[in-house]
Structures are given as C-alpha cells and as structure tokens.
Write a protein that binds this ligand. Structure first.
Ligand code: LMR
Length: 339
C-alpha cells in the first residue's frame, strides 16, 4: 500500500490512496469550491484529427458552461504521456481523461479485440451501429474491475495500408516490416500475410518509417497526413481493412467521486462532443486524403474487387484465433448489426 497526497496545479486538493496491487483509489474532493477541478486530457494525435478536435471542443464547452468550476487541460501529440504511459497515468490519477485506440486495451479486456478483426466491418457506419448496440455499449463497462470507465466511442476511421512499395495483393507485403499498435490481433493480421509486425508506440512511427526500422504501417488518412507519414511512404493502398476508433475513458473512482451536478453536466457535454466528433470524423479523413493527393507524396492504390478478395482471404483466418477470447457472441453481434 502507498498513499499520495496530491494537489492539482491550480489548487483543488484531493486525496488519493491507492494500492499498487489492487489499484483501488479513493478520490475526495476538497470543500474549497473556489478552486476548479482540473481535468487533464492527454492524447497522442494532432489537434487537427477527430480525437484532437474532440478534446479541444470538450475543453471549450466545459470552460463555457462550468466556468470556474472545472478546468480542462489538453495535451496533444504525446506531449504529456505517450502510448505506453497514458493508461498508467490514468490509473494513478495523473491524468483524468484519455482516449486510446480500441486496439490498445488488450491488457484490460480481450473483448475489445473484436474491433481489430480484419474485414469485420464494411465501413464506419457499420462500426457505429455496433457501438450503439447493447453489446457495443456493454463493452464500455467491461473494464470497471480495473477502475476504467468508458464514457463513449469516438470515431477516427477505417485504416489504410501504407508502405515503401506498392501493395496490390497480400504477397506484395511478404517479408515487409509493419508497425502495429499494441494489439495481438494486429500482430497476427500481418503474420497471416507473411509480413513482420513490430509493435511500436505512435510517437515513434514517423522515425521508424523514415529510418527503415519498419517499411509500412496502417492508419486512417487523418493520422497519416497529420503525422506526415505520407512523406515517408511512397504508396498508400485504400484497403479499408479495419477500423481505428477510440474509447474515451476515465478513472472510475475519479468519475464517481465528482459532485453529482458536475458529473451530470460533464456527461451532457461529452454526449454533445461525441456526437460532433462522430459526425465530423469522415469529413476530416476525406480532407486529409485530399491533402495527401494534393501534396503528391504518395501514389494511392485502389484495389480491384479480385485483389480485395485476396486480402480478405488471407487475413480473415485471424478471426478464429481470437474467437474464444473475444466471445463468439460479441463477434456475432458485430456481424449482425454491422453488415
Ligand atoms: C496509433 O497508434 O496508430 C493510433 O492508435 C494513434 C491514435 O491515437 O489515433
């Protein structure tokens, strides 16, 4: 057991007693109502992306509507914590909100791996329908035993394959080194096409691609453009083979420890922000795609139907490996509403 007494940057004091073993935490907000509650929102992408825009809109609305009561500090582009550290920081109470990609929760629940299965969702509207279904919503609560509460899903978009050589069919990727997020499913996805996956944090990808530590990657257009991956990838295949979306999460005990009226107002604001992010994500990705075309850095490859069928055939066997962990009921629910 260890105890910490923290003082937020601008004064409101809360006591956090945590056990390293149980990670159980107790947050008690001080009675000094003059000091705003500080919410630190840390993420790894650029301000211009769907998640970046969502974080800034959340800050704006909270500061308009809860002026003097809540202050939001947004840290973009891994400037406070990168991939590896942001979850740990959330559990320790060093940040209050993060929105990791759904691929990054494997340590806390296996069920969310459903989102990484290649070619499970036709498009982002199929993903959206699943997220709004009873099963999708129940996954927001699937990590409460770890003190993690899901507050909503935010879209980014479908992933595209990028590489330093043209990828038309799976055999073109053989032997190439692909950066993957920290997901066992994505690891297997690249092994299935006889490529070499390498787990790497988001902040390291540009340099990894530039120096040849990896030869390719997968990301939605908004991430490719805002991180300048297109400047170090000559080819992008519009594969739409999987989804990269987020779960906005908070520390359960922080959230439950907020005064009821503040929590209710934050919830309402989050609903509004979530709707905004999800209605704008497609447009932001299309704008990023167009910007890449205009920049002329990379050839964009469209798959012929028979080429796409080869990717599906090569990657889909990955589903079987994860069915027991994810639960066939969850996969079926995704298939039922999604396509
Ligand atoms: C990635 O690591 O590629 C993404 O999860 C980054 C992000 O947050 O969009």
């Amino acid at each position: 057991m260890f105890s910490l007494l923290r003082k937020t940057r601008i004064g409101r004091t809360f006591i956090c007693t945590a056990s390293l073993v149980s990670t159980s935490m107790l947050f008690a907000f001080s009675a000094n109502a003059a000091d705003p509650i500080v919410i630190k929102f840390s993420h790894v992408v650029a301000d211009s992306t769907p998640k970046g825009q969502g974080a800034l809109l959340f800050k704006q609305l909270v500061e308009e509507r809860l002026k003097g009561k809540v202050e939001v500090q947004v840290y973009a582009n891994s400037s406070l914590y990168g991939d590896g550290k942001e979850m740990e920081a959330l559990l320790l109470g060093d940040v209050q909100f993060i929105a990791p990609s759904l691929a990054k929760f494997g340590q806390y629940t296996k069920k969310l791996q459903v989102y990484d299965l290649p070619f499970l969702f036709q498009d982002i509207s199929a993903v959206d329908k699943f997220q709004q279904s009873d099963t999708g919503k129940s996954l927001l609560k699937s990590m409460e035993n770890h003190n993690i509460t899901g507050l909503g899903y935010w879209h980014n978009g479908m992933k595209q394959l990028s590489a330093n050589k043209p990828l038309h069919v799976p055999r073109d990727a053989r032997g190439l080194k692909f950066r993957v997020q920290a997901s066992d499913v994505l690891d297997e996805q690249f092994k299935a096409i006889r490529a070499n996956p390498r787990k790497m944090s988001f902040a390291e990808v540009y340099q990894g691609l530039q120096t040849g530590v990896v030869n390719g990657a997968e990301n939605p257009w908004s991430n490719i453009y805002s991180q300048k991956f297109n400047e170090v990838q000559d080819y992008i295949t519009e594969s739409n083979h999987g989804v990269l979306d987020y779960m906005l999460i908070t520390n359960t005990e922080f959230w439950n420890g907020l005064p009821d009226d503040i929590r209710d107002q934050l919830s309402n604001i989050l609903d509004e922000v979530t709707e905004h992010v999800n209605s704008k994500a497609g447009e932001l990705n299309q704008t990023a795609k167009q910007a890449i075309i205009d920049a002329g850095t990379s050839e964009i490859i469209q798959l012929k139907p028979e080429e796409r069928a080869e990717w599906v055939k090569a990657m889909k066997p990955v589903w079987d490996k994860f069915e027991d962990d994810i639960g066939s009921d969850v996969i079926e629910a995704a298939l039922a509403v999604g396509n």
